[in-house]
Design a protein. Sequence first.
Length: 143
Amino acid sequence: MILTETQIDYIATNLEFYGVAQNSLKEDLLDHICTYIEESNCTNFDTAYKEAIQNFGGHYAMGRLQQQTTLMVVLKKDLLRLRIVYATGFLAAFILSNGILFKIMHWPWAGILMFTGFVLLNFVFMPLFFYRRYKNGKATVTG
């Protein structure tokens, strides 16, 4: 069965109605549904469309896919933030502890290492740490 532009627009409109708002997800679902309908043996569009929707989990599953996709994007951003926080925390602690070791041993560059470690700790790690906590708290309140 070959789909017309009207039928494709009908499917796209229904996807928006089911709660799929993200364009990339909508285009992917539209492509999959159209491919399924074109490869099916049905000659009636309505029957083939209903069968395709049921095959993809029904009307409820379309909105659920949007929620899961949004959640994955948010989690991916949060994971990147978490990695940056841990990396800067480790770097600040490493430089600061080496600066303290250098100071105890009376080696050169101790003051520079300690200053760099304190700057990283207070002006990079701590703001990132509290920003991430703020974002996570905001996500749990609204989510």
